[in-house]
Design a binder for this molecule. Structure first.
Ligand SMILES: *Cc1c(COP(=O)(O)O)cnc(C)c1O
Length: 353
């Protein structure tokens, strides 16, 4: 089983961009309708028919709705706390549409659009910038070519897979030709919101540019469907590893059973959990942000209770780099021994002079 160009074109042509279109899929309460109006100027809105069909028709707290639909809470968050650019990417950009925090890798924005806009997007600022991604591609490839320490290029946006196959290939080809670029990764949410994008034709093109990695984003177990398994299998067959980056979101996945189900279900689609991100202080997300202590507690309770490689690293991204948020299992040093707490709470004394 695989998706055809027609499946993908249908999703694009029927993309949902108004509450009226969305009403064919779910019931919209007055509050949400008024949130559409009040947040119009704050952030773009849109999703795919595929993703809308996964939403609960009636439940306003449906985790997919919470991620995608505007809320009245958004307009009320005070501006001093949260910003449109919490990672100060504006300051970390040596050139427009290129973010460099680490010496050996860059995030290169090559697309200005997404199939489905996440309310917690940390690049809300990005949709208001001076130059389009297309205008800066040449200059940014030049920058990567001139900076020989860059060995890892992360393509992002927007969503890189919103480009057509030929435009994406033109970029991959030029990066692949640069000797010091050892790996290319593509960050995308489309495997989750529009799996139809991953056709055999696209994947045949991608596999020419190995070593190529694709980082995806699933935040709730109901997002992992048969369609996702089909699209994931198409990519995996071409040897493209899939790693998941989730965001910890209140009411969506900030509970142990949901997070455990999410990471376990990812493995059934052969997607490896990579990062769990603390939600950034993005304007309009106060109602979606869980506390760091709660995230750490979920992480502590996963270890030992599920497959080791189902457990992502919990991370807070900052303008100065990613910080792992870890629990402590080191109890104390006792002479020539150290005392360590194991997963069910029993303490182990390890000889360690
Ligand atoms: C997250 C990020 C990367 C990639 O970091 P990894 O830990 O290697 O996944 C690269 N550049 C920027 C600016 C980032 O924010």
């Amino acid at each position: 089983m695989y998706f055809t160009e027609a499946d993908y074109q249908k999703q694009m042509e029927e993309r949902i961009t108004s509450p009226r279109d969305l009403k064919k899929f779910i019931e919209l309460p007055e509050d949400t309708l008024s949130a559409f109006n009040k947040t119009k100027k704050l952030f773009k809105w849109g999703t795919t028919p595929y993703y809308a069909a996964l939403m609960d028709r009636l439940d306003e707290n449906c985790p997919l709705r919470l991620q995608t639909l505007p809320s009245l809470h958004e307009a009320s968050e005070c501006a001093e706390v949260a910003s449109y650019d919490p990672l100060l990417e504006g300051e970390n950009s040596p050139q427009e549409n290129l973010v460099q925090v680490y010496d050996d890798r860059v995030a290169f924005c090559i697309s200005d659009s997404c199939a489905s806009f996440c309310r917690f997007c940390f690049r809300k600022y990005y949709f208001e910038k001076k130059k389009s991604a297309a205008e800066t591609i040449d200059a940014n490839i030049d920058y990567i070519r001139k900076n020989k320490n860059i060995r890892d290029v992360l393509l992002t946006g927007g969503d890189p897979f919103m480009l057509d196959d030929d435009s994406l290939e033109a970029i991959l080809k030029r990066l692949h030709e640069i000797k010091h670029v050892e790996v290319i990764r593509i960050g995308t949410r489309l495997l989750c919101t529009m799996p139809q994008r991953f056709t055999p034709k696209l994947v045949e093109m991608l596999e020419k540019y190995h070593p190529l990695y694709v980082n995806v984003q699933f935040n709730h177990p109901t997002e992992i469907t048969d369609e996702v398994r089909t699209a994931a299998a198409t990519l995996l067959k071409a040897g493209i590893p899939l790693q998941n980056q989730s965001v910890l979101l209140k009411g969506v996945n900030d509970s142990l059973p949901v997070m455990k189900r999410l990471v376990e279900k990812l493995l059934t689609a052969r997607i490896i959990p990579y990062y769990l991100f603390q939600c950034q202080l993005v304007a309009g997300t106060a109602h979606l942000r869980a506390r760091i202590e709660d995230g750490i507690e979920i992480m502590r309770q996963l270890r030992g209770y599920t497959t080791g490689f189902a457990i992502p690293q919990y991370i807070l991204d900052t303008p100065y780099g990613k910080v792992p948020l870890s629990y402590n299992r080191f109890v104390k040093r006792d002479g020539d021994h150290v005392l360590l707490e194991t997963f069910k709470g029993r303490v182990w004394r390890e000889y360690n002079p």
